[in-house]
Design a protein around this ligand. Structure first.
Ligand code: 5GP
Length: 114
């Protein structure tokens, strides 16, 4: 897969407001937030889209969601609620082809989304 802006953030070649990092996962604030809290959880392993995740990535995908939930609890908005979103390809609205989980919180989010 070709290099993306997120790979550059992982390598710290461009700045980001990193809120969480471990061996497998990094999380940073979205540059163009759609809610008071808008954090992106990404695997350090470059997987372009959810379609490209394989059976061997099951633990990694789980770690992304657990990292998001742990962050929500640690920041105190887990009980109030939040939304996690994975956009995939054109109709899903994906613009950065290094898969990521959006964590949105801090306002009432409408459903269904547009
Ligand atoms: P997608 O549309 O692929 O689901 O989400 C990509 C997200 O990455 C968008 O919400 C966009 O605002 C965010 N984004 C794009 N470029 C950058 C960047 O350089 N830094 C950060 N922190 N977020 C970015």
């Amino acid at each position: 897969m070709s290099d993306t802006i997120f790979s550059k953030i992982i390598r710290r070649e461009i700045p980001a407001d990193i809120v969480y990092e471990d061996q497998d996962v990094m999380a940073f604030r979205d540059l163009n937030p759609q809610a008071p809290v808008h954090v992106l959880f990404i695997p350090k392993k470059p997987i372009a889209t959810l379609n490209d995740a394989a059976a061997g990535d099951a633990d990694l995908l789980g770690k992304l969601l657990l990292a998001a939930a742990t962050y929500a609890k640690s920041e105190g908005f887990a009980e109030q609620g939040y939304r996690t979103v994975i956009n995939c390809n054109e109709d899903g609205g994906q613009t950065v082809f290094h898969m990521h989980v959006h964590l949105l919180a801090g306002r009432r989010l409408i459903w269904p989304p547009g």
